[in-house]
Design a protein around this ligand. Structure first.
Ligand SMILES: Cc1cc2nc3c(=O)[nH]c(=O)nc-3n(C[C@H](O)[C@H](O)[C@H](O)COP(=O)(O)O)c2cc1C
Length: 233
């Protein structure tokens, strides 16, 4: 698989098959993820990979927290802006609507939306759950490094026929994760990720989030007129 195909093929999968993923495959994917650059090569990533009973123990505890401990859990860093503004508000809404429409969830059906949100805490049934942490003494630039690591990981997974869903939802439960997974105090939770084989039949995997055209976010300055692109993308 070439890089462009892996990039195009990657998508956030929200229903997985039970097919297990061997530890050696996870290790291989993580080794590729760690090829990511990082400012002065500090490599700020730390990963806890969970499968089997360890994964289940976390999911059980997280489901309990989500359903019965409302108000007792909060993220350690602001996940969403204090106020949503355009164009982000509209994009976010369209994304949510497309997901809920795929599942036949009606607008305003809060119980069904909650049930779908709770699926995060089952890693969408993926056999492998990943929890990512970062040393809290590091700064914003290390979070830039982290994004590259996560994207490398997702592309390496694609190359092996595996799928992923990056999950901010896990950052909502830092206290629970820290206690249950023995995360050292100087580490903070960045996010989680589901890893496994996609269930291609599942309706929630049957839609494609749109992207804005390049002209909407890029400006070109100083280029020679009518230069040809190097590839056929
Ligand atoms: C850092 C990050 C956190 C995310 N958190 C969640 C999450 O908690 N739950 C979820 O269902 N999707 C989550 N997503 C998936 C996004 O909704 C998804 O990337 C976006 O809709 C674009 O779709 P695509 O990944 O299929 O291209 C997250 C994505 C990123 C990059």
């Amino acid at each position: 698989m070439d890089v462009a195909a892996a990039m195009r093929g990657r998508r956030s999968v929200r229903a997985f098959l039970a097919t297990p993923v061997p530890q050696a495959t996870v290790a291989e994917i993580l080794a590729l993820a760690a090829c990511a650059p990082s400012g002065t090569n500090i490599q700020p990533w730390q990963v806890i990979a969970l499968a089997g009973g360890e994964r289940q123990r976390l999911c059980d505890r997280a489901q309990q927290a989500f359903h019965h401990e409302a108000g007792q859990h909060a993220s350690e860093y602001p996940i969403y802006p204090p106020e949503w503004v355009e164009p982000y508000l509209g994009r976010r809404r369209r994304n949510g609507l497309a997901l809920y429409a795929s599942l036949g969830i009606e607008r305003g059906d809060k119980a069904a939306m909650q049930r779908q949100h709770a699926r995060n805490f089952a890693f969408f049934d993926a056999p492998v759950g990943l929890i990512f942490t970062i040393d809290r003494r590091l700064t914003q630039s290390s979070w830039v490094d982290y994004g590259m690591f996560l994207q490398n990981l997702m592309l390496a997974a694609r190359e092996r026929g595996l799928d992923t869903c990056p999950q901010m939802a896990w950052a909502m439960l830092p206290k629970l994760l820290t206690e249950l997974l023995d995360i050292p105090p100087h580490q903070m939770v960045v996010c989680g990720m589901a890893l496994g084989h996609a269930d291609r039949e599942a309706p929630e995997n049957g839609w494609l989030p749109e992207r804005e055209p390049v002209e909407s976010f890029a400006q070109y300055r100083g280029f020679a007129p009518r230069q040809e692109a190097c590839g056929v993308y």
